[in-house]
Each structure stands twice: as C-alpha cells, then as structure tokens.
Design a protein around this ligand. Structure first.
Ligand code: ADP
Ligand code: MG
Length: 351
C-alpha cells in the first residue's frame, strides 16, 4: 500500500485510503450469525455471495448518546489500514456505510477469543501459551514501531484463526487505539478496568508500556484462568491495579516453569519505565524454552537492540514466587469498559 499521511488529533487518525462503499451489504453477502457485540458495535459473520468466502462484518454505530461519532469509526478504520502489514492484526477487507453504521468488513477469525481459553475447564499447555504470547508480542511490537498503542488489549480482543488445533492470534478492536508522539503527551482514561495500567488510572502520560501491562494480565489469565486484578466492583479493581495487588501463589503456577512467573512479574510493575518493551519481552527466556514435542519457530519480527538495559535485562535469575495476600476473589467474566475524561465521567457497561 502507498505511503499515507497520517493525521493526528489527540492521537486519532483521520486519513483513510479505503473507499467507503454505500451499496447494501446484504446485496453482496449473506449475513449470518452474530460473533460478538460491544456497546457501540455488533459483529456478524457473513459469506460473500460471489465467492463463498467468509468475513466478519463489524457494524459500528455512527451516533452515540446523541453525538455524531463518525470520526471515531474512521479513526478505527485508519488504524486498521496503518497496521495492514502486521500479520498479527486482523485484516481489513473493505468498508461500507449505511444510515446508522460504518461496517468494517474484516478477515474472519474462526477460532474465537482467547478469552474462551481463560475460562475453560481445560487451560492451554504452557507451550501453547508461550506460542500465543510470542505472537501477541510480535503484533504489539510492530504496532509500537508505528507509534500506535492499542490501549484495550484483553483476551476478548485477541482472536484465533482456528480453534482446534489452536491457530494463530489476530489482534482486533482498535476503537481505543491511539497514535503517540505527534503533539505533546497523551493523557486519557480509556481501557477496561481489569486490564488497564495504573498510569492510565492516574491520568499520567500514556506510552507503549501501557500495552505491556495488559500483556502481563493476559499471560496471567492464560496460565491461571483467573483475572489478576478483578475485584467485587470497579473501585476494588482500581485499587488492586493501583496497588499492583497480584497473587502469585495460585496453584496454577505450579504447573508452569518459574520463568513464566518471572515474565509476568517484569510486566506487572507500577512504573511504566521499568516495564520491558515488546522487543525486550520477545527475548525473555520463557518464550524460548524448549518444550518436548512443541515446535519452536524463529520470531516473526527481527530482534531489535534492547533500548534501556542492554544485555542484562533478563540476566537475573527468576525470583522465588512470593506469597502475597490478595484481597480479590475475581469473577473473570466481567467485560465492562470505561471511558472517562476530565470534564465528565461516563461508564459503559460493555458486553
Ligand atoms: P467492540 O469494540 O464492540 O468490543 P470488537 O471489535 O472487539 O468490538 O468485536 C466484538 C467481538 O466480536 C470480539 O470480542 C469477537 O468475539 C468478535 N469478533 C470481532 N472481530 C471478529 C473477527 N474478525 N472474526 C471473528 N470474530 C470477531
Ligand atoms: Mg472488543
């Protein structure tokens, strides 16, 4: 795709190249079952009549709470365009528009959400988790290289190309993504309480490190089947996040190597500057352990020199898991998202 000028308005992109088509979607596609929904979007499976090819159509509402939010949908489309070379991001095939919605026609991820593997009775094996986390980091690394932060990384927004065998990951849902580094600092309170980094709660500057926090939470959930910060209510969750109140004593940690706990501990740290970058994480020894019977392929992104710490980043031995009292007993099924700005606070109850 040709190089584009990417406009930024508070981290929002405005320039798109994709033509927005106006013919009715159902004239070209059979629209079938619902795949998922959020506060302002519903995603449906559809099959192209001419070719039989499957897609996922994300119908995103242009008007929300009486406001015209078309620019927000265009932003989501622009981010998908900007990430079109990133094989770990869902591919945008086309865009349509009707009176109420902009419809993003996306590659269909047939394997569903990795969330299902976090709440399943049968959790994934360590080698499978490692493979998925490596892929997530590859995708996040490429996004960060383009100065894009996702800001809503969570198991519901990481999909799989197939369910059995467990396929490759695809990152979706760029509605809250922002572009960094254009004008000044970006401060916003966006995200989903259980997955959001403490600096975002504190209205401190957003950086790429905020996404790495969420990768730590996702890793914890894939290993334990529990959400590390979820509390009885949002306030409790926020408190858990801001105190980095994590329980590493769970039984589930005994079935994985100590390096797994070491990896999570490096990400779930309060100070964003102390978190490793995605590139740093990709060289963590946990991700390159040999598992009997599991195939290891080289990373899809080139190893880049580590920015802050030189070669010593992962040199320290894994710490002993430390028993910490955890005040939460978390229902991991909470899927709410909040968006708060300085002037007024609004809460979306989410899916
Ligand atoms: P929202 O902004 O409302 O959270 P998402 O883009 O996250 O919307 O989509 C909602 C849900 O729809 C996802 O969590 C997932 O379950 C499903 N979904 C989204 N995109 C696809 C896709 N390309 N293929 C299959 N399912 C999808
Ligand atoms: Mg989502």
């Amino acid at each position: 795709m040709a190089r584009r000028r990417l406009e930024s308005r508070g981290g929002l992109l405005a320039d798109i190249q994709t033509a927005i088509l106006t013919e009715p979607l159902d004239s070209l596609f059979h629209i079938t079952e619902e795949l998922g929904r959020g506060k302002f979007a519903v995603v449906k499976k559809c099959v192209e009549k001419a070719t039989g090819k499957e897609f996922a159509a994300k119908f995103v509402r242009k008007r929300r709470r009486g406001r015209d939010c078309r620019a927000d949908v265009i932003h989501e489309l622009a981010v998908l365009e900007a990430a079109c070379c990133n094989s770990r991001v869902i591919n945008l095939h086309a865009a349509y528009e009707n009176e109420h919605d902009i419809i993003l026609l996306l590659e269909y991820a047939a394997g569903g959400e990795i969330f299902d593997h976090c709440v399943s009775d049968e959790l994934l094996s360590e080698s499978q988790i490692v493979r998925l986390i490596r892929q997530i980091l590859e995708g996040v690394h490429l996004l960060h290289q383009s100065n894009i932060v996702h800001l809503d990384l969570k198991p519901q927004n990481i999909l799989l190309t197939s369910l059995s065998p467990v396929g490759d990951i695809k990152i979706v849902d760029f509605g809250l993504a922002r572009r960094l580094g254009t004008v000044g600092e970006l401060r916003e309170i966006v995200g989903t309480p259980e997955y959001v980094a403490p600096e975002i709660l504190n209205y401190e500057p957003i950086t790429t490190a905020s996404d790495l926090w969420s990768v730590g939470v996702i890793t914890y959930m894939l290993i334990t089947g529990e959400s590390p910060f979820a509390g009885e209510d949002k306030q409790q969750t926020f408190l858990n996040v801001s105190q980095v109140n994590v329980d590493y004593s769970r039984e589930a940690f005994t079935r994985v190597s100590e390096l797994a706990v070491h990896f999570i501990r490096k990400l779930l740290v309060k100070t964003p500057e102390d978190r490793p970058s995605a590139a740093d994480c990709l060289s963590h020894p946990w991700l390159w352990q040999q598992y009997p019977g599991a195939e290891l392929s080289p990373p899809a992104v080139p190893r880049v020199p580590r920015e802050r710490s030189g070669g010593a980043k992962w040199a320290s031995a894994p710490e002993d898991p430390e028993d910490k009292e955890n005040i939460l007993d978390s229902p991991q099924s909470k899927r709410s998202r909040f968006v708060i700005d300085e002037a007024h606070a609004t809460r979306d109850s989410g899916v």
